[in-house]
Design a protein. Structure first.
Length: 135
């Protein structure tokens, strides 16, 4: 084999290696959770059996609230007075979790869940019974 052929093979290997490293680094780039669509959130919610059951039983549901969780929010809510269970077991990482509140059209039944974008699934889902008072 000539030196020219060896050089060409070496350059091709370097180009392929550089492309593989670039692709790996691109896939490791954190996702901007503020740009995640409702459809993507719903597809991840469907991976949790409790949430899937809620969505099937309340086909008229809508996403009422979405909140990107930060380390500070997770810590404060783990120690808070209400709904601590929603935040238990979450790792203290920014830009990983979104807390989602679903509600049916009647406004009396809801569900709160945390979507984990690292594991691509919904975790910590809890049903809500919403009561409204009248004067």
């Amino acid at each position: 084999m000539s030196k020219k052929n060896i050089l060409i093979i070496f350059v091709v290997i370097l180009v392929v290696l550089a492309a593989a490293i670039g692709l790996f680094l691109y896939s490791q780039k954190p996702q901007d959770l503020s740009k995640v669509s409702d459809d993507k959130i719903i597809s991840l919610l469907n991976k949790n059996t409790d949430v899937k059951e809620y969505m099937q039983n309340h086909a008229d549901f809508k996403i009422d609230e979405k909140e990107i969780l930060t380390k500070e929010v997770i810590t404060s809510r783990q120690n808070g007075a209400e709904f601590r269970e929603v935040y238990q077991g979450l790792e203290l990482q920014d830009n990983r979790y979104i807390r989602v509140k679903l509600i049916n059209s009647a406004g009396d039944k809801g569900l709160v869940a945390v979507v984990d974008f690292k594991k691509q699934t919904a975790i910590n889902a809890f049903g809500l019974l919403l009561l409204s008072g009248t004067n």
